[in-house]
Write a protein that binds this ligand. Structure first.
Ligand SMILES: Nc1ncnc2c1ncn2[C@@H]1O[C@H](COP(=O)(O)OP(=O)(O)OP(=O)(O)O)[C@@H](O)[C@H]1O
Ligand SMILES: [Mg+2]
Length: 406
């Protein structure tokens, strides 16, 4: 009898133990499942955020990964009005696709160039903001700095550092309506300008993520400071003014006549190699002192690239393209090297053009040489009857079709 009671007691204890253990197991399972759900939720949120960043990247420079301080000043219209003497005509230093450009002195004494977007532009507040954001994120000694901006009702203004010697083109050939005193650029200065401009493009293409394609690289967008050092400008304005009717507007969509790479002109296909082509045209301007398109010239000479390209690769004839303003004050060897670089940059096939990093690498020794040896006018290294080669240009071509031109 006692054994029976004892047995029942043991049975109850075992049952309680089983129920307790089962409850603990269920509770553990519930905890584990909740934790799983929590982690899953977290991961999917992170994934969504990541995707959003990528989408924003596509949407236009909102997440450019470059190290730069923002430091942009927001000006009131009144401040810029007084900086420019009430936007006085006497302070106009130029006019371009964006509108008039004024010289101004800011309240802290800094000189500035103030671009006043004219009323014909129909760009929205949003696009202006995106452009300002892009410009504010890029910092390089070879790019024109944006100091600030003003967006007041319909008035939109951009405030840049002032470049005392204006656009490069104003010193290479006569430009109508130029307010800048034209300087004669010697060979050494031209080489340095070529290098500094190349470094500006190299920064946009290779030190910014995603890369920025200038789209309107030309001699008027290379500005010179009081010591004739060069900076590239208007690298963020390509989209602004794209819907403007008449005048400069179309230049914004397809760049500027004479500078546009053939594949971009024909198909609208735009890559960093389109900028390399435009850079080659600027090199040709520096070598020849000629405008990219001048239909008043004799037949066959109106389009700079078409006229110069066959001569660039002919050592006997390359002398024919030289800017008479150089008056023999250059080294023929260097001239041939720069001509060879220009020839590679203006190749009709985009893949055959070098990267801007290659161009910079090949120009650096020339500028260094000029600094260490001040002798000019030497034609001693000129060897006729041999075509310029990629070695002449010093180009290490990292592009997909290396050295195909020569
Ligand atoms: N930061 C600056 N400092 C001094 N002068 C400037 C500055 N920016 C522009 N300019 C002057 O204003 C002129 C017009 O410049 P802008 O960039 O508006 O037009 P553009 O380069 O001729 O054509 P686009 O609008 O197609 O770029 C330049 O050629 C230059 O003389
Ligand atoms: Mg410009």
């Amino acid at each position: 009898m006692e054994t029976e009671v004892e047995y029942r007691r043991k049975e109850r204890t075992a049952l309680v133990a089983i129920v307790v253990l089962a409850s603990v197991a269920v509770a553990s399972l519930l905890v584990a499942f909740s934790y799983y759900c929590y982690i899953r939720n977290k991961v999917s949120k992170r994934h969504k955020n990541h995707k959003k960043v990528n989408d924003d990247d596509k949407g236009g420079f909102a997440h450019l990964q470059v190290a730069a301080d923002k430091g942009l000043q927001v000006f009131t219209f009144k401040q810029l009005h007084s900086a420019t003497g009430g936007f006085s005509k006497s302070n106009v230093v130029g006019q371009g696709g964006f509108g008039l450009v004024y010289r101004g002195v800011l309240s802290d004494g800094r000189k500035a160039a103030i671009k006043f977007m004219d009323q014909a532009g129909k760009q929205g507040e949003e696009e202006f903001r995106v452009e300002v954001e892009l410009l504010s994120r890029l910092r390089s000694p070879y790019l024109l700095a944006l100091l600030g901006y003003c967006s007041h009702n319909n008035h939109k203004l951009l405030v840049y550092e002032f470049m005392a010697n204006g656009g490069l083109q104003e010193h290479l050939y006569p430009v109508s309506n130029s307010n800048v005193f034209s300087m004669k650029l010697d060979w050494e200065t031209r080489l340095r300008i070529a290098l500094e401009a190349a470094k500006g493009l190299e920064y946009l293409h290779e030190h910014v993520s995603p890369p920025v394609i200038h789209r309107d690289f030309k001699s008027s967008n290379i500005l010179l400071d009081k010591n004739l050092h060069a900076k590239v400008s208007d690298f963020g304005l390509a989209k602004l003014g794209s819907d403007r009717a008449g005048g400069h507007v179309s230049t914004r969509v397809l760049g500027t006549q004479g500078y546009v790479a053939p594949e971009y002109a024909l198909t609208g296909h735009l890559t960093t190699k389109s900028d390399v082509y435009s850079y080659g045209v600027v090199l040709l301007e520096l070598l020849t002192g000629r405008v990219p398109v001048d239909m008043k010239r004799p037949p066959g000479e109106g389009v700079l690239v078409s006229w110069a390209l066959p001569l660039l690769t002919d050592r006997e004839k390359v002398v024919e393209i030289m800017d008479p303003a150089l008056e023999g004050q250059y080294s023929m060897k260097e001239f041939i090297q720069v001509a060879a670089i220009a020839a590679m940059c203006v190749q009709p096939e985009a893949d055959y053009r070098p990267l801007m990093a290659d161009v910079v690498q090949s120009l650096v020794p020339l500028v260094k040489t000029r600094r260490s040896t001040s002798k000019v006018g030497s034609c001693s290294s000129f060897h006729a009857n041999k075509l310029p080669t990629a070695q002449d240009s010093g180009l290490v071509n990292h592009s997909s079709e290396p050295g195909t031109l020569f």
